[in-house]
Design a protein around this ligand. Structure first.
Ligand SMILES: [Zn+2]
Length: 134
C-alpha cells in the first residue's frame, strides 16, 4: 500500500473538469504514472450511465491499459465521482475494488468538487494523502 499519491494541480483540475462534464452521472477513469506520482488521466466510459454506480466499459478500459503500457507508465490509480456524495468510498466500491491502486473519489458539494484517495485491501479502506505538487 502507499500512503501518499502525488499529482499536479492541473491534473487534479483535469479530473474535476471531466467528472463535472458527466454530472449528475457518475464518471470514471484511470490514473497513470510512475511509483507514487500520477502523470496522466484517462477517462473511461461509465457503461452504467448511472448517478449512483459505475462500471467501466471493458473495451475502453482495455484500450486505456494498452495506452498506459505503450507510454511506459503504470496504472497507479482509479478515479470515479460521487456527484451527490459521499466523500468516501462506498461499501460497493470496497467490494468491487479489483486493482491494488489508489482509489480516488471526486465528490461534489453545492459549489465545488473535492478529491480524496483510498487504498482498499481485504475489505478495508485506508485514506491515502493526495499531495498536490508542481
Ligand atoms: Zn463509488
Amino acid at each position: 500500500m502507499i500512503s501518499t499519491l502525488e499529482l499536479s494541480y492541473p491534473l487534479l483540475q483535469e479530473m474535476i473538469a471531466y467528472v463535472n462534464r458527466h454530472a449528475p452521472l457518475e464518471a470514471c477513469g484511470l490514473l497513470a504514472g510512475k511509483a507514487t506520482r500520477a502523470e496522466k488521466m484517462i477517462g473511461v466510459l461509465n457503461q452504467e450511465q448511472s448517478p449512483v454506480r459505475f462500471v467501466m466499459d471493458p473495451y475502453e478500459q482495455l484500450h486505456a491499459f494498452d495506452w498506459i503500457e505503450s507510454n511506459g507508465l503504470d496504472l497507479i490509480g482509479i478515479f470515479h465521482s460521487h456527484p451527490a456524495g459521499p466523500e468516501i468510498v462506498s461499501p460497493t466500491d470496497i467490494l468491487e475494488a479489483a486493482y491494488a491502486v489508489v482509489h480516488i473519489i471526486l465528490s461534489r458539494t453545492e459549489t465545488q468538487w473535492r478529491a480524496r484517495g483510498f487504498w482498499i485491501e481485504k475489505g478495508k479502506a485506508t485514506e491515502v494523502t493526495l499531495q498536490i505538487v508542481e
